[in-house]
Write a protein that binds this ligand. Structure first.
Ligand SMILES: [Ca+2]
Ligand SMILES: [Ca+2]
Ligand SMILES: [Ca+2]
Ligand SMILES: [Ca+2]
Length: 332
């Protein structure tokens, strides 16, 4: 029978052990979670199953880089365009330059980031103590258009008997931190929410509303609560933004809010959109033509709106003004 010297046995053991340990370590290092895995949950409160964990994330495409308030990236997972496909990466203490050189359209992968559900929204926190690493894997990816939703799909919260606002269900959770938009809406109540800067956007087609806010909007004027022109009764053709949850049960709030991020996210109707269908086209021109040189323009509200010099007749003066606005608005 062959026998081995104890030294050889120990050496072989050490080799095996080293191999096993390094395999274990590389398996741990190679473990990457997708945005979808981190966000998806069937839990009633919508919390991430990875809350509190330090992990690596295979990441996604930078859909927006926020500079207002706490710097952050909004990442989009193109494999999940219909839900659970967005997350925010936050440099909570704003101490680092991890986001320098990262642009919209870059695919960013992350190592050693902390998953944190904070006030209802899931963040990947960049904390220096964890030695986080952000890697731009590739560049120039298309950023998808914001997902068109009915306000009902991100429904406004309802007040309870005490006037506190809570969401009836968390059906909107799947859209958290995704870019979404609603169309053909009207601003209703304002001054809502924790900071009294939320406003209702109600559908012109059905009796449902969602909440929006301009707090993150890069083009919001200093100290303003709302983007210029947002006022009760104002119609908006499109309002776009990132959906965020705000939850603080002890203060009486749990709601989803559409956060506009820049001026382009609010599309006001063109003055040339005479029939209020959010399209500027030949139909509007036909309405203008119908009033051409007709006496008594003052009796029709539509004609009054087109009568730029208010002399109760539509003539070349009004046509020049209308054509200017028509050309500006056409194709929008
Ligand atoms: Ca949430
Ligand atoms: Ca979440
Ligand atoms: Ca129109
Ligand atoms: Ca006139």
């Amino acid at each position: 029978m062959t026998s081995f010297h104890p030294y050889i046995i120990r050496s072989v053991c050490r080799l095996f052990c080293t191999a096993i340990i390094s395999l274990t370590v590389s398996a741990a290092q190679a473990q990457y979670r997708s945005i979808y895995e981190i966000q998806y949950t069937a839990a009633a409160d919508g919390g991430s199953p990875y809350h509190g964990q330090l992990l690596n994330c295979s990441g996604g495409v930078v859909a927006y880089k926020m500079v207002r308030t706490v710097p952050r990236l909004v990442l989009h997972d193109p494999a999940h365009p219909d839900g659970w496909g967005g997350i925010q990466v936050k440099d909570r203490y704003n101490l680092t330059n991890y986001f320098d050189g990262i642009e919209v359209g870059d695919w960013v992968e992350l190592q050693n980031v902390q998953v944190e559900d904070h006030r209802g929204t899931t963040f990947l926190q960049i904390l220096k103590v964890n030695n986080p690493i952000l890697t731009v894997v590739s560049r120039g990816h298309p950023v998808p258009a914001a997902l068109l939703l009915d306000p009902n799909e991100i429904a406004a919260p309802l007040p309870d008997a005490y006037g506190d606002y809570y969401v009836a269900d968390h059906a909107a959770e799947k859209y958290e931190s995704m870019l979404v938009r609603v169309a053909n809406v009207q601003v209703a109540r304002m001054g809502l929410g924790k900071a009294q800067d939320n406003y209702e956007l109600c559908s012109l087609e059905n009796p449902t509303c969602c909440w929006a806010a301009d707090y993150y909007n890069d083009d919001l004027e200093a100290f303003a609560l709302y983007y210029d022109g947002v006022e009760s009764g104002q119609k908006l053709c499109v309002v776009e933004g990132m959906l965020e949850q705000y939850k603080n049960i002890s203060t009486g709030f749990d709601y989803y809010q559409l956060m506009t991020l820049c001026a382009d996210h609010l599309q006001f109707p063109s003055p040339a959109d005479v029939n209020d269908d959010c399209a500027v086209d030949m139909l509007d021109y036909a309405i203008f033509s119908g009033f051409w040189l007709e006496p008594g323009c003052g009796s029709s509200p539509v004609c009054v709106r087109l009568d730029c010099n208010q002399d109760t007749i539509l003539d070349l003066v009004d046509l020049a003004s209308f054509v200017n606005e028509w050309l500006d608005g056409a194709g929008e």
